[in-house]
Design a protein around this ligand. Structure first.
Ligand code: FAD
Length: 383
């Protein structure tokens, strides 16, 4: 492959964040290329649970999640594809009185910060939303959120970006990064690329790219576990979690039930490989069965996990490099970055193109990890 020159922006990583930022940068008239070492949506962006969730987000993420939600509601206008998006309630179920107290505390925290999208529901309302929920559950916290289809969504962002002139190249791995005067030179498995600006959207591999830029960050790869069942009669029209136990539970239109949560498998980023931890999956299945007794009759059809990037504070890194004016990062979404994709891409592209940093992405600078000790980083990069 010949060397590509004359680029305004070179994006490393063809997941949702790389493709979305490329799309919006192209709308600013930038000449953009995306390098993807495998294929678009091959990793977290194509394998996730599809939760478009604002409920229970870290306060720092709420304005960004709200902004993204407004975009999800019009996603077809943005990428010419409905992305399988459906607006349904997200509900955190309280299994007992202590859970209810915890959910009330959260509802109070949100309202005292001026956010009104999360509200308490009592036992009767919970049962109206979820007729099949365990009779012992005493209430919940809900917001009007939804879910979408991850692979379809990421592919739609890539397709729209291409239609706007973005060059998305699969099977090309960015290897060595050099700065030459004001330009970046990236040596890849298929030749070299030069560009005025560089964006690191490399997901679970982003720590290595950041380190090459002199911005070491303690991002680690993790492998969230997922289950999908055989088809069941319709019984749930919401995305359901619990107050204290990890769970993300939804029934798809075809009757299958997709179950995830914060349980993790094992990951080897060098081999692009994950392994299922069946003991962990048993906990997930047990929680699902406790919340919905009908799940006792469920048959697991398939399990999988994807490779995701997690930071110590479980917040993403979004913004400019500590050392270079023309390098940017967007990674470390810590298993909840799918919902954030549209707004992060749009606001980060605005920042790259105009230098104006929107308040929604300002809370996530990479320099919050500047004092991370060398031992921690060494452990992360040895993973
Ligand atoms: C099982 C699972 C369930 C999840 N559930 C949800 C959910 O319900 N809701 C939610 O909001 N979020 C969820 N997430 C999180 C969400 O999927 C991620 O936060 C988001 O997709 C991250 O997107 P990304 O573009 O940053 O990373 P990725 O999709 O991982 O993309 C990064 C890309 O960079 C490429 N790359 C890396 N290094 C290089 C290199 N040197 N050269 C070229 N390319 C490179 C990789 O091959 C990869 O394709 C879940 C994640 C998983 C794994």
């Amino acid at each position: 492959m010949s060397t590509a020159t004359g680029l305004d922006l070179l994006v490393i990583g063809g997941g949702l964040h790389g493709c979305a930022t490329a799309l919006f940068a192209a709308k600013h008239g930038m000449r953009v290329t995306v390098l993807e070492k495998d294929s678009v949506a091959r990793h977290a962006s194509g394998t996730n649970a599809g939760g478009v969730r604002r409920l229970w987000r870290n306060l720092k993420e709420v304005p960004l999640a709200n902004r993204s939600m407004e975009m999800w509601k019009h996603i077809g206008d943005i990428v010419d594809d409905d992305c399988g998006f459906q607006q349904v309630p997200q509900i955190k179920v309280a299994e007992n009185a202590q859970d209810l107290d915890l959910l009330r505390e959260r509802a109070d925290l949100m309202s005292s910060n001026g956010f009104d999208h999360e509200r308490m529901i009592d036992q009767a309302e919970l049962r109206d939303f979820l007729p099949a929920v365990n009779a012992d559950c005493v209430g919940g916290l809900m917001s009007e959120d939804g879910f979408a289809l991850p692979w379809q969504t990421t592919a739609a962002f890539a397709r729209k970006a291409r239609a706007l002139g973005v060059n998305i190249l699969s099977g090309i791995e960015a290897k060595h990064i050099y700065k030459d005067a004001q330009h970046w030179r990236v040596e890849t498995s298929e030749g070299a690329f030069t560009s005025g600006a560089l964006l690191n959207c490399a997901g679970a591999w982003a720590g290595g790219i950041a380190a090459q830029l002199g911005d070491p960050a303690p991002v680690e790869p993790v492998a969230p576990l997922m289950i999908v069942t055989q088809r069941m009669r319709p019984f749930c029209n919401a995305v359901v979690g619990t107050a204290r136990r990890p769970l993300s539970f939804k029934q798809m239109e075809n009757g299958t039930v997709v179950i995830g949560g914060a349980r993790l498998g094992r990951v080897d980023t060098r081999q692009n490989r994950t392994d299922i931890d069946f003991a962990e999956l048993t906990h997930t299945a047990r929680t699902a069965r406790d919340i919905f007794p009908v799940m006792r009759g469920a048959v697991i059809q398939r399990t999988w996990s994807g490779i995701e990037a997690r930071t110590p504070d479980q917040l993403p890194v979004i913004g400019r490099s500590m050392r270079h004016k023309n390098a940017y990062h967007s990674f470390g979404f810590s298993a909840h970055g799918f919902q954030l994709g549209p707004a992060t891409g749009s606001l980060l592209a605005d920042f790259i193109a105009t230098g104006k940093l929107a308040p929604e992405i300002a809370p996530f600078p990479i320099d919050r990890f500047a004092s991370t000790d060398a031992n921690t980083l060494e452990k992360v990069f040895a993973t």
